[in-house]
Design a protein around this ligand. Sequence first.
Ligand code: CUA
Length: 386
Amino acid sequence: MRRVLLAAPLAVVLLASPSPAAAQPWVVAPASDGADVISQLFWFTLVLATIVFVLVEGLLIYSSLRFRRRAPLPTREPPQIHGNTRLEVMWATVPALILIGLFGITVSRLGDLSQIPTDPNTLHISVTGRQFQWEFAYGNSGVKSNDLHIPVGTPLVFDVTSTDVIHSFWVPDLYGKIDANPGRVNRITFKANKPGEYRGVCAELCGAGHGGMLFRVEAVSQGEFQQWLQQQQAGAGAPAPAAVAPAPQPNTGAVASAVPSPAVKPAASPAAGASPVAPAPAPAPAPAAPAGANPADGAALIPQKGCGACHTIPGIPGATGNIGPNLAGVASRNRIAGGAVPNNGPDDLKRWIMNPPALKPGTAMPNLGLTDDEATKIVAYLETLK
Ligand code: CUA
């Protein structure tokens, strides 16, 4: 009996106390106005539920101990009690009131969350789920990406849909889940208020590759976001198939020079003899390209391998595909394949392009059967895309 006495309060304490993951504020660290509302609602409900739980369990434990059968056993039957109108009314009314209150608060908060801003300056981002990756298109900029880039402090509207089965778009730190249904657009809105990197997932079992249907969210300042957009546009607007040499891209120069490190190597822009990038101030040492591989060889190989049918690749004539991610800046991403694959240097990138399905089952990117040598050359070029 003593053991039960000790264990009962301990169990209550364990159930009611926060998780041991004390380093993090909680499972979710809200970083947008919408996530704040959801988080407040969560905490309010949890605290209320904890109070009710402790009260009910406490009374239960008290009653079982206080009124238990004791020795010596009574010689006569103890008083038998049937019904207590006041108590019964109370335990029906109080929970009903709590539920009605929670319902009211939830509905009003959901109403706040679903206020789609009509401000013309709002950035609209189209979110398309497909087995097994996400695609984000930014307003009418023509820019698409597989990681989500957002400016902080700006109201964002997401038009969420799918091309095949039901997926669910979820960035826990930024918003609740929203289904991506084929043939339907679900619209959500939020405003990120903290710069940072957030994790996004698909929250609806959608097939064999569901677990890898991840994406990164990069929330940056308005200025950095515009810069990223221009960098991507420079890639997307690059060489039309007919053009042999890429037309000078004013944006490319501007963006490249605005990037702190002079990462673009002069020798690394093979197809860009006329590119404004070429006369870079000092010949910086090749940062990441594997020794011996000439990026120019990779640039020559990429059109042969047909990479441009799916990818937009800056500096590669005709590489304007938009099925896979735009590869502008690919060497600077620390994760690729929608966040499923680490990208900490040429070796990671090489492993990926040599056999994508091995690293991310269900990926749309095929195994092209590249030889080791071909992969090394292609990676040498891709590593110049900072
Ligand atoms: Cu898409 Cu799970």
